[in-house]
Every structure is written in structure tokens, then in C-alpha cells.
Design a protein around this ligand. Structure first.
Ligand code: HGA
Length: 609
């Protein structure tokens, strides 16, 4: 999603702003721009495409100045081009914006009637014009922003400068994240901490409806009624190195290989050989969970797939009823919430707009409490939930989520064990599940050794247009996640089905041009799955099976391949069998030459609805 960086400093800020934008590139975007205010004059540069393209334009004609704002845009209103790229300049105002202004159309018409001329198709430019209009009547920039945001519907994080107020940047947020970075004799705004770590790690997280004014000397926050507000300063633990790619070709590859370590971090200090430790969900967590009679899980994309696996786990082992729903659906319909239901929000960034809105909506619906499963400690979802279980995956830069997914699963496995014990799961089984989970990091390490074989397989996909993924039980969501990975980064159309559904429709698609990928753990459904795979073979389909080492699968198919992998046991196998599917998607994308870390049209941390 869009990124914002802004600075008020004595030194020239354009290079700092460009470095900040580069740290935000992982969020996915389609154009970039920056503007610097120097002696009442605003210099601006914008370009469609990557930050480096905007940077080379800047370098061919650099400009000095200590006050500036910068942006990476992921288009919502108007195509990705230079005219729609931020910053937008109108009248005395220059502005960058993340989010969507829902009532921009009537506002645009009103402003046009008053003589404003718009040069972009964006909702953002309307906001800039409104601020400019509100500067009249002796208002300064901060008052004009306050007056403007009161009239806006929708979501925004903004950074604004006025040609009449050198040395000052005003920011505001509602429904989209914005942070203040406190330096020494210089101060910053950013849409996430990663944009600021190279200049400071002293961070203030703004709250919804805050307006902030930064100068070289300091940062002052105001509430919507214009009263000064105090927000705490946090020391961010992020480091600039955490986003280095090291020896890996892409962040996604690095993140795939970080999974054993990341999952070990999720489990660390939370589980021992005796089982899940007390109080891992924060103060009062165990007491609240003791009252749980059912669970609703709400999430989007990959996190939704993690929630689907958790449904199988929680119903199997803890015998609790579970509903899983995508957040954009949940938030706009009425759900039935039986007494004692726990609401779980799963989000990597903790800023996913739909998930956050669903969690806020859940407050009205009478849940027992809310639990956030999230990777970013200071994020909105984490801060607003009653209980939290951080995944500790470390920064995930690749837009296609990998280690965020497996660490979410590890966190959900901890929750499953906690609830299973409470609900009276047989002790021996509890011990077995605990052992499996403790072995998970090592099992993942082994699974990653499959990479050379997956690379060979990937070649078969380079010229394919479609693929079908199959799984059964808790491996159906694994198949869904595998197909999502392939779609996201290789642009191959992929679908996933529970294998038993094949004969009810998708079998019609199977021919020699349709590769079918199946995950085959060893378990009670193996024989059923084998019959489903025969149905594919009988139609000449090319079958690729990722099978547990001891699953009896015939490798002598005329077309296709069976790859063996130690799935580590029935509890953890969905996590382990995810690995070859991630590797497959990654290597197919590399061979097809796509932009693996920033696939077209997609964004990380989806902060718009
Ligand atoms: N609506 C604005 C900003 C989009 C955005 O925040 N994307 O993440 C535009 O389309 O430019």
C-alpha cells in the first residue's frame, strides 16, 4: 500500500526521503514522488514506476531544502501515472495521502464551482484543495487541516506542507497508520516504523483523529477539537539491517528460508515439553480463555487461510465450534454470536483495513473478548485487542506472505493446545501434539532441503496458464495458500479444491495442459485422496504430489512426479507441507521473470478498504 515519509530538518531532506521510500517499497506501489519546501518555493518530482526512477529524475535536477514530504502510491482513484502520483499541489498546499476519501466527488464538484482546477483523477487532490480553501480567514496550516478533516468521510493518513509556512509539516490520521519519528534537531513522519529506522527509533504512534505539527524543534499533537494531546514515545526495536536481503536473490526467498528460525521465535518462551505455558496471551488471558465456548476467526488473504487451518485444529482437538470469515464480508453482515464466543483477528501488519474494521465492528456484537494474532506489536489491531499473541516473524518484506503465514499457524497451534487442554483432550494425545510442535522448526529445516527438486519441477510450469491444487481436511487450506502464492507472483491462474470436490465440477478442466498439484499427508484420508488422484491420472492430467515420506503413493505415474517430504506428524503437517508450495511458486515466478517481491497490482499491508 501507499507509503508516507516526511521530514523537518536543517539538512537537505530529499535523500532522506528517498531512503525512507525505499524502505517502504516492500508494501507494493505503482508510482513515487517527493516535494521539498525551500524559501517559500516548492520543488516536486514524480514518476510512474519504481522509487529509483523517481530518484534518477531527482538526481538529474536535485534541489535543496530541509522540509519535505514523499510518497509511494498504490492507485485507488485514477490510473497509475505521473499526474495521479503524489505529492499533489494545489494553491498553497502540497500533500501526500494514504487511504480513500469517500465523499470526494461532491467535494470536487463544489470546489470546481469555486474555481479550483484539478489536474489528477485522485480523491487526494480534492483534499489538498479543501485545505487550501480552508487556509482563508487567517487560518494557519494546522487549523486548515483540522477544519478540513472534520468534513471528510473515509480513511486517510496525510502529510501536508504550505508554501506560506516554511519549516513545518502537518500530519493527520484516521483509519490509516501514521507515526512521528523524533530525531535530534529534526523530526519526521512515516506510515510505518520501517520508513524511519534509518533516522531515529524514537517513535510516537498517532491515534485516529490526531493532527500533528512537526518542525525541527519538536512535534505537537492535537485532537480533532484542536486541543493539545500527549502520546507516549516508544523505542522501536526494528533495525535497518532487518530489511537487508543478504545472500538471497529476493526477499521472498530469504523469508521462506527464515521460517525455521521465525517459527522457533513464535514458540520460544511459550511452550515446553510439558505443554503450553501459562499467561502467554497477556494479562488476564488465561482467565478469559477459560470461558470460551466457541470461536469466530476473521482475516483476509493468507491470514484467512491460516484461520481455516485453525478451524480444523480447534474443532478436532479442542472440540469448540469455529467460524472463519473473510473480514470484508464479516464487517457488512449480521453474524450470530452465541454467548462465550471469542473473536480472533489475524493480520500480519495489524493495519489491514478490513480486519481492523471487522474487529471494531465485533465490539458491538457481544463477544467474550478479542484476540489478535499479529506480527507488528505497535499496530492498530494489536493495540485494540483484549488479548494478543505476537507471531515474532520479524519484518516481512515480500508482498507474497510466507513466514507470516507459518508463524501465524504456529501461534494458532499454541492456542489450539491451550484450549484443547482446557477442554479435556486426552493427556497422551496432548503430549504427542506438544512434541510435534516443538519439533516444528527442525522439520521445516528439513523440508527446505527439497528446494533443488522443486527447482526442477518449476520448469514444467513456465509456459502453463492454469494449475489446480488439491488437499483434504486441514490440507485444503494449504492447497488454497499454495494456489494463492502461485497466482500472486507468477500470474498463473490457479484454483484450489478439497480433493473430494474434483468430480463435482473441476475435473472437467483436467487435460494434458492442466497440472494438478496435491498435498498428501499420511493419514486416514490418504486412500480417499489416492482415489481422487486416480481420477486425474485417468484423464491424462499431469500430477505433482508432495507426499509424506511414509504415505503410500505410487510414484510410477506416466506423467507427473511424487516428491517426498517428512511432514512431521498429523498436527504440524499443514505447516510443513506449505513449504514446497511456497518454493514452487517462488521458482516458477523466478523462471517467468516476474517482479517476485513486488508483484503487479498488489500491495503489502492493505490499509485501504
Ligand atoms: N486514494 C489515493 C491513495 C491511495 C492509497 O492510499 N493506496 O494505498 C490515490 O488513489 O492516489
Amino acid at each position: 500500500m501507499c507509503g508516507i515519509v516526511a521530514a523537518a530538518a536543517q539538512r537537505d531532506v530529499a535523500p532522506l526521503l528517498i531512503a525512507g521510500l525505499k524502505a517502504l517499497e516492500y508494501r507494493g506501489y505503482d508510482s513515487a514522488g517527493l516535494a521539498v519546501l525551500e524559501g517559500g518555493e516548492v520543488h516536486r518530482v514524480r514518476a510512474k514506476g519504481k522509487v529509483r526512477e523517481m530518484e534518477s529524475l531527482y538526481l538529474s535536477n536535485p534541489f535543496p531544502g530541509g522540509t519535505g514530504i514523499a510518497h509511494t502510491r498504490w492507485a485507488t482513484h485514477g490510473v497509475p501515472n505521473e499526474a495521479n502520483a503524489h505529492p499533489h499541489m494545489i494553491g498553497r498546499i502540497t500533500l501526500v495521502h494514504n487511504g480513500i476519501i469517500e465523499n470526494y466527488a461532491p467535494l470536487r464538484a463544489q470546489l470546481q464551482a469555486k474555481g479550483y482546477h484539478f489536474t489528477s483523477e485522485t480523491d487526494t487532490e480534492v483534499m489538498a484543495a479543501l485545505i487550501d480553501q480552508n487556509l482563508s480567514g487567517g487560518r494557519g496550516l494546522r487549523e486548515a487541516v483540522l477544519a478540513t478533516v472534520r468534513d471528510l468521510e473515509g480513511a486517510y493518513a496525510i502529510a501536508v506542507i504550505s508554501s506560506e509556512e516554511p519549516g513545518r509539516v502537518v500530519g493527520a490520521r484516521r483509519g490509516a497508520p501514521l507515526l512521528v519519528g523524533l530525531g535530534i534537531g529534526e523530526n519526521f513522519l512515516g506510515s510505518d516504523a520501517q520508513a524511519l529506522v534509518q533516522v531515529t527509533n524514537r517513535i510516537i504512534y498517532l491515534e485516529d483523529d490526531d493532527v500533528v505539527e512537526i518542525t525541527r524543534e519538536g512535534a505537537q499533537i492535537y485532537t480533532l477539537d484542536g486541543k493539545p494531546a500527549h502520546r507516549g514515545v516508544h523505542e522501536s526495536e526494528l533495525s535497518a539491517d532487518a530489511v537487508e536481503r543478504g545472500e538471497y536473490r529476493h526477499y521472498m526467498q530469504k523469508e521462506i528460508f527464515e521460517q525455521p528460525h521465525a517459527v522457533a521465535n513464535t514458540l520460544e518462551t511459550r511452550i515446553s515439553a510439558a505443554g503450553v505455558l501459562p499467561n502467554i496471551f497477556g494479562a488476564g488471558g488465561d482467565e478469559l480463555l477459560a470461558k470460551v465456548k466457541g470461536v469466530h476467526i476473521v482475516a483476509c488473504g493468507t491470514s484467512y487461510h491460516a484461520g481455516m487451518v485453525a478451524k480444523y485444529w480447534l474443532e478436532d482437538y479442542a472440540r469448540l465450534p469455529v467460524n472463519v470469515e473473510v473480514a470484508s464480508e464479516y464487517r457488512y453482515r449480521e453474524t450470530v454470536v452465541p454467548p462465550g464466543t471469542l473473536f480472533i483477528a489475524i493480520s500480519q501488519s495489524g493495519e489491514t483495513a478490513d480486519t481492523l474494521a471487522a474487529m471494531r465492528e465485533s465490539r458491538r456484537r457481544g463477544y467474550l473478548g478479542t484476540l489478535a494474532i499479529c506480527n507488528v506489536p505497535e499496530s492498530s489491531v494489536t493495540r485494540e485487542a483484549d488479548l494478543k499473541l505476537m507471531t515474532h516473524a520479524g519484518p516481512e518484506i515480500g508482498v507474497a506472505s510466507t513466514k507470516a503465514f507459518t508463524t501465524q499457524l504456529a501461534a494458532l497451534a499454541l492456542l489450539t493446545l491451550h484450549l484443547a487442554k482446557q477442554q479435556g483432550l486426552d493427556e497422551e494425545r496432548y503430549r504427542d501434539l506438544t512434541e510435534q510442535l516443538l519439533r516444528l522448526p527442525r522439520t521445516l529445516e528439513e523440508a527446505l532441503k527439497l528446494e533443488p527438486q522443486v527447482i526442477e519441477l518449476a520448469e514444467r510450469f513456465v509456459h502453463r496458464h492454469h494449475a489446480l491444487f488439491l488437499g483434504r481436511g486441514e490440507h485444503y487450506p494449504v492447497a488454497l495458500e499454495g494456489s494463492l502464492k502461485l497466482k500472486e507472483i507468477s500470474y498463473i491462474h490457479a484454483e484450489a479444491y478439497p480433493a473430494g470436490e474434483l468430480k463435482h465440477g473441476p475435473l472437467a478442466l483436467v487435460d494434458e495442459d492442466m497440472p494438478v498439484i496435491a498435498v498428501a499427508p499420511n493419514g486416514p484420508l490418504l486412500d480417499k485422496l489416492k482415489s481422487n488422484l486416480q481420477e486425474v491420472r485417468a484423464r491424462g492430467g499431469e500430477l505433482i504430489v508432495f507426499a509424506d515420506t511414509n504415505a503410500h503413493i505410487d510414484g510410477n505415474a506416466t506423467r507427473g512426479a511424487v516428491l517426498r517430504i517428512d511432514a512431521g506428524g498429523d498436527f504440524i503437517s499443514p505447516v510443513v507441507l506449505t513449504i514446497p508450495l511456497q518454493l514452487l511458486a517462488y521458482h516458477v515466478a523466478v523462471l517467468r521473470g516476474t517482479d517476485v517481491d513486488q508483484p503487479r497490482n498488489l500491495a503489502k499491508s492493505v490499509t485501504v478498504e
